[in-house]
Design a protein around this ligand. Structure first.
Ligand code: SAM
Length: 252
């Protein structure tokens, strides 16, 4: 199998959609555009600011569940948010517990929703490092995490994964991949090449069906270095659009 990104067909979008995922993605694009237009003509604040304001107003301090509830409720009732969501969020929490992970890496934080789901399941001796490239999202996430009372064993590195990963010094035994979809495979290979993945580490990749991440799936499913399994789900905040997560155990 060729591992090179140049295998990919040229596309103006950073992933290849199939019919299965097309409607799911189009509904997201429509909601994103509508939100942008309404924000531009000053009818509403950007959705991320609205979420932060709601969390400040409605969530209880030191109560992670209340923060997740406020965020989920906004995403179900108002506008789509690119969080992992509740259905896949539970699968992520289960994986954190079952893996017994002690040093976790998260690629893509957005508003800190998945970060909170990971942090609330950490063992006493465990910690999480997260990487987020957007400063505004990172600052909102930091406020959510602080309000949840979960900042203690968390470090957020603001920057692009390709700049941050080469400077990481520790090995990870759980890696949650949920940043831009065209970077999954490239960043996994970078983590491998910098020797940052512990033997038997769990690699948890979100949205592998919604965004049709064929290259990533082909790699983890055919490489002798991984034992990989797929869990089918629906897309975050949808009852209809198919999605799924891929959990791959690093055997090298
Ligand atoms: C799908 S959202 C993350 C959602 C989050 N994991 C959750 O479930 O709550 C993707 C995030 O990745 C960030 N991102 C995109 N490319 C990145 C990169 N190269 N390095 C770090 N963060 C990146 C985006 O700014 C965005 O906030």
């Amino acid at each position: 199998m060729k591992n090179n990104q140049s295998d990919r067909k040229k596309s103006s979008i950073p992933f290849r959609l199939n019919r299965k995922s097309f409607l799911g993605v189009m509904s997201l694009v429509y909601q994103e555009l509508l939100d942008k237009v309404l924000t531009k003509i000053n009818i509403k604040l950007p959705k991320e600011d609205e979420v932060l304001n709601l969390v400040r107003k409605k969530a209880k301090q030191n109560d992670p569940e209340s923060i997740l509830r406020v965020i989920d409720s906004y995403a179900y009732k108002k506008t789509f948010l690119m969080n992992i969501g509740d259905e896949k969020g539970f699968i992520l929490e289960r994986a954190i517990i079952d893996s017994n992970a002690s040093n976790i890496l998260e690629l893509g934080v957005y508003l800190g929703y998945s970060t909170i789901r990971i942090l609330k399941n950490l063992k006493n001796d465990s910690k999480l490092t997260s990487i987020e490239s957007n400063k505004k999202f990172a600052n909102i996430a930091l406020e959510h995490i602080k309000l949840a009372g979960l900042s203690e064993r968390h470090e957020l590195k603001i920057g692009k994964s390709n700049d941050v990963i080469p400077n990481l010094k520790e090995k990870y035994d759980f890696i949650f991949i949920d940043h831009w979809k065209d970077l999954y495979l490239k960043d996994l290979k970078t983590l491998e090449s910098y020797n940052l993945i512990k033997k038997d580490a769990w690699i948890f990749a979100d949205n592998v069906i919604l965004f049709n991440l064929e290259d990533y799936l082909k790699y983890v499913r055919s490489s002798p270095n991984y034992e990989s399994k797929f869990i089918p789900t629906k897309r975050e905040y949808s009852k209809f659009h198919p999605d799924g997560v891929e959990i791959s155990i690093y055997k090298a």
